[in-house]
Design a protein around this ligand. Structure first.
Ligand code: AMP
Length: 170
């Protein structure tokens, strides 16, 4: 199965010059979504992850099926103002715009082995902030898995010390 057949490129969304990779055809197809999930699960086993972290919001879509398949916990990293208990927060830049991400204190335990799962690696700002939140919690990032990596943006160079796995590259 070629997962690229299920990704639609949308030029100039949400801003002029951005080639937006629309993942909704992939998650809308049961077999394609199942296949992508299986590849992520194989990787999670390989790196011996014991918890899955997904950044708001598309990281939830790809991270939660991996967690349930493997019987692991899922921890959301969310946009500020969404988590009700005490949080830690990190700011970051997007390919378009700026944002911040928060994590509940105590949702990730010291020494846990974390696999981060997200839809797409662009500049890497989102993942850099996510890594900081995880490491401030005392846990270890054992891998970072993406459905899509936009190689031209060189996001990977920010994460030389971490194993990165991308199902599709553009
Ligand atoms: P970044 O922090 O720059 O790596 O951007 C990460 C997030 O922004 C991804 O997880 C996507 O959800 C979204 N994103 C950035 N660029 C694109 C793009 N070209 N197509 C679709 N989503 C994008």
């Amino acid at each position: 199965m070629n997962l690229k057949d299920y990704i639609k490129n949308v030029p100039n969304f949400p801003e002029q010059g951005i080639q937006f990779k629309d993942i909704t055809p992939l998650i809308g197809d049961g077999k394609a979504f199942q296949y992508a999930t299986k590849l992520f699960c194989d990787y999670a086993k390989e790196v011996k992850a014991d918890v899955i972290v997904g950044p708001d919001a598309r990281g939830f879509i790809f991270g939660t099926p991996v967690a349930t398949q493997l019987g692991l916990g899922f921890v959301p990293v969310r946009k500020p103002g969404k988590l009700p208990r005490e949080t830690i927060t990190e700011s970051y830049s997007l390919e378009y715009g700026k944002n911040a991400l928060s994590l509940h204190k105590g949702d990730i335990l010291p020494k846990q082995k974390v696999l981060i799962v997200d839809d797409l690696l662009a500049t890497g700002g989102t993942i850099a902030a996510t890594i900081k939140l995880i490491e401030k919690s005392g846990a270890e990032v054992v891998g970072i898995a993406f459905l899509i990596e936009l190689e031209a943006l060189h996001g990977r160079e920010k994460f030389k010390d971490y194993p990165i796995y991308s199902l599709l590259t553009y």
